[in-house]
Design a protein around this ligand. Structure first.
Ligand code: ATP
Ligand code: MG
Length: 253
């Protein structure tokens, strides 16, 4: 049984079809990236999976159970956004504890759980600071720790690195992959950075205008692209790679 499955999902705003009857599955422990141009429906998929938005048609299942009508809190999923969405008036520690306060069984252990997670993401020393005093990368680590606090088995990421510099992105990439291994989490990850998707993913979903062109391993996208769209897309990625590599290659005069 797959961890998550989406069947015939559709979403329409007015006259505009944003998701056009899409279906896909994600296996337990898998890292799936979603790539595609701005406005193709990536965030809409995550919002529907999380329960923040109702689809116009289709079914979302988790571990085989129909969760289409479940509230976000009932889904056992977490989401990390591009803009961190932290509470500015609370300390780092309080941010991580926040969601635990609403859980009867976890409330008593909130500070202990938060402390463990802050150590895990390397922010223990900054626990009493307000988010505004932290770098972008540190703030995103707080957001990740906050998401992990409720121990979700599926974590959704909506362009979590877009606001960060290259070095921070590389460090966070590793951190997210380590967390995935450690917790056995299933991850769905939206990015505009093709190189990032190719480096991190078990499979990549290539979208355009509310449809899925292909879902495959990075290797499959390169060796067996479904159509010209994916072929162009992969070629573009290889060109970006070649350009970044050429910066390191010294050509003798
Ligand atoms: N509340 C809304 N009302 C009307 N249209 C909307 C609404 N939310 C999203 N849309 C439209 O739905 C389409 C898909 O939006 P979505 O945010 O899913 O795109 P995306 O792939 O995440 O894009 P980006 O890469 O820019 O984040 C866009 O055309 C957007 O304008
Ligand atoms: Mg988006």
């Amino acid at each position: 049984m797959s961890k998550l499955s989406v069947e015939d999902l559709s979403k329409v705003y007015g006259q505009k079809t944003v998701l056009d009857h899409i279906s896909f599955e994600v296996q337990a422990g898998e890292f799936l990236s979603i790539l595609g141009p701005s406005g193709c429906g990536k965030t809409t998929i995550l919002r529907i999976l999380m329960g923040l938005l109702e689809p116009d048609g289709g079914v979302v299942r988790k571990d085989g159970r129909d969760i289409t009508a479940c509230s976000p809190a009932e889904r056992g999923m977490g989401i990390v956004f591009q803009n961190y969405a932290l509470f500015e008036n609370m300390t780092v520690q309080k941010n991580v504890e926040y969601a635990l306060r609403f859980h009867k069984e976890l409330r008593g252990k909130a500070s202990e759980i938060a402390a463990g997670l802050l150590r895990r993401v390397g922010l223990w020393e900054l626990r009493d600071k307000k988010p505004g005093k932290l770098s972008g990368g540190q703030q995103q680590r707080v957001a990740i720790a906050r998401t992990l606090a409720l121990n979700p088995d599926v974590i959704l990421f909506d362009e979590p690195m877009s606001a960060l510099d290259v070095d921070t992105r590389l460090a966070l990439r590793r951190e997210i992959k380590d967390i995935q291994r450690e917790y056995g989490s299933t991850m769905i990850y939206i990015t505009h950075d093709q190189e990032e998707a190719f480096a991190m993913s078990d499979r990549i979903m290539v979208m355009e205008a509310g449809r899925i062109h292909q879902i495959g391993t990075p290797e499959e996208l390169v060796t067996d692209p479904a159509d010209d769209y994916v072929r162009r897309f992969v070629l573009e990625n290889l060109q970006i790679k070649a350009e970044s590599l050429s910066r390191f290659i010294q050509v003798a005069p």
